[in-house]
Design a protein around this ligand. Structure first.
Ligand SMILES: C[S@@+](CC[C@H](N)C(=O)[O-])C[C@H]1O[C@@H](n2cnc3c(N)ncnc32)[C@H](O)[C@@H]1O
Length: 435
């Protein structure tokens, strides 16, 4: 995923989102959701709260405006932190527009609508084009843009390493053990000869980490939010700690102190561009060991083109995105070589329960990772299985279970360790080998 790929075609896969008007509308809506982050966060985060505050009886709001409360100062600080999150959102918008839309737009038309004074400001140029196209976004896309900004905490901050260590650590260990075992019968084996697929790659950190330890890795992702954000951080950041985010700022509940609500974190904790330029100890340069594909995992990796393409598939917090888990298992089986390894870590928070009136439980997205992610396409029906049933299916459909652990890992998902509310997952970890 080097920068040289950026002009024209940034992601792999024979998939042209602009060919389909509905897909194009969705893509523009996602871009608009990042562009409108600043305006909407100020509106819903502070404007509405200021109004509610001034609706209190005057003696109360006067009291709360003074120390030790200084509530209005807190709202001003909240505004500042929204601006800092918005810088990241707008960088994602710029990278996304540049990668997906810019190559398809008539440059003469663009030149005719851009005032000379903005001619060198990419964000302003793309923003003016969006205004001319009269792009609308949806509530769902705006929610996803917000959760995508917060997700940077898990993937690309130093503090997020606590969650990454718990979730990515055991999988990396299993990949290393597999390499060691294979090296016994093939001493000249290079790690880059082990090709790993990571479906549901999210913001790309796990893909990056796998490539950093020497394996070849392909990430796959269906969500434009995630694809644009991962591309921004992997391809367009200039240095480590370029941005600062306040992932907990927009939620005003369960804080022990304002300082807890206003915690900021530098991103990225490591500069991918610098790390990917280092070529030591591998037959294949770092930036060539890593790629990203766009689209529905089931559709892409069930195809004959991908038959036997990978030595390993690593799924982390992913398999429960399946409406039909059988299709996921079949896709993994198709794209693994015989004897290939499937390493899985995650809970079973089924993302697409059967449609019907929503229960309050299903509407509760406070546990960090929500039903609102993009759904895979083209599969009728859905089924929600228990872990025992999933394991039985994996065996039934052509795998040997080599390891199975439950209750050994406890982790949050984008969780604020200082909050009075802690959502803890106890994900299962298992390793299965294709027979
Ligand atoms: C819960 S997130 C986990 C992200 C990442 N693996 C992690 O551990 O942080 C699940 C990811 O899978 C993606 N996803 C869901 N269905 C998919 C599909 N059919 N094909 C590819 N990606 C999919 C979502 O967009 C989302 O980014």
């Amino acid at each position: 995923m080097d920068d040289a790929n950026m002009e024209g075609k940034e992601w792999e896969g024979d998939f042209d989102p602009l060919a389909d008007p509905e897909e194009k509308r969705h893509l523009l809506s996602v871009l608009e959701s990042f562009r409108s982050y600043r305006r909407l966060a100020h509106l819903n985060g502070t404007h509405v709260r200021r109004q509610a505050f001034y609706s209190l009886p005057q003696e109360y709001w006067t009291m709360l405006s003074k120390p030790p409360f200084s509530f209005l100062d807190s709202l001003n600080r909240l505004d500042d932190l929204i601006d800092s999150n918005a810088e990241l959102a707008e960088a994602i918008f710029t990278a996304g527009f540049k990668g997906f839309i810019a190559p398809t737009i008539d440059s003469d038309w663009v030149a005719s609508i851009i005032p000379e004074k903005f001619a060198r400001d990419e964000y302003r140029i793309y923003s003016i084009v969006m205004d001319h196209l009269n792009v609308q976004t949806t509530q769902n896309d705006m929610d996803k843009a917000r959760s995508c900004i917060n997700q940077f905490y898990r993937d690309w901050t130093a503090a997020g390493n606590v969650e990454r260590e718990k979730c990515f650590g055991p999988v990396l260990e299993a990949l290393n053990a597999e390499f060691t075992a294979r090296s016994l019968s093939n001493p000249t084996l290079d790690r880059s000869e082990i090709k790993v697929l990571v479906p549901g790659a999210g913001l790309g950190r796990f893909v990056f980490d796998i490539s950093q330890v020497g394996f070849s890795v392909e990430g796959n992702e269906i969500s434009y939010h995630e694809l644009m954000a991962s591309s921004m951080v992997l391809n367009h950041t200039q240095k480590a700690e370029q941005f600062s985010i306040a992932p907990f700022v927009l939620s005003c509940s369960n804080h022990l102190s304002r300082a807890d609500q206003f915690q900021t974190f530098a991103i990225p904790d490591i500069h991918p561009g610098t790390a990917l330029a280092i070529n030591e100890g591998s037959k294949v340069p770092a930036n060539e060991r890593m790629s990203m594909s766009t689209g529905d995992f089931c559709v892409l990796y069930s195809s004959p083109d991908y038959k036997g393409a990978f030595e390993a598939v690593a799924t982390v917090f992913f398999i429960d995105t399946a409406p039909n888990i059988i299709r996921y298992i079949e896709a993994v089986r198709n794209c693994l070589k015989p004897g290939g390894l499937w390493i899985n870590l995650g809970p079973l928070l089924w993302h697409q329960p059967p449609q019907g009136p929503k229960s309050p439980e299903e509407n509760d997205h406070s546990h960090g990772y929500s039903y609102a992610h993009d759904a895979g396409i083209g599969d009728p029906g859905s089924v929600e299985l228990t872990n025992d049933e999933v394991m039985a299916l994996v065996e039934h459909l052509g795998f040997c279970i080599e390891k199975q652990e439950s209750g050994t890992i406890e982790t949050g998902y984008i969780s604020n360790p200082r909050s009075m509310l802690q959502n803890t997952y106890r994900p299962v970890f298992w390793i299965a080998r294709k027979r």
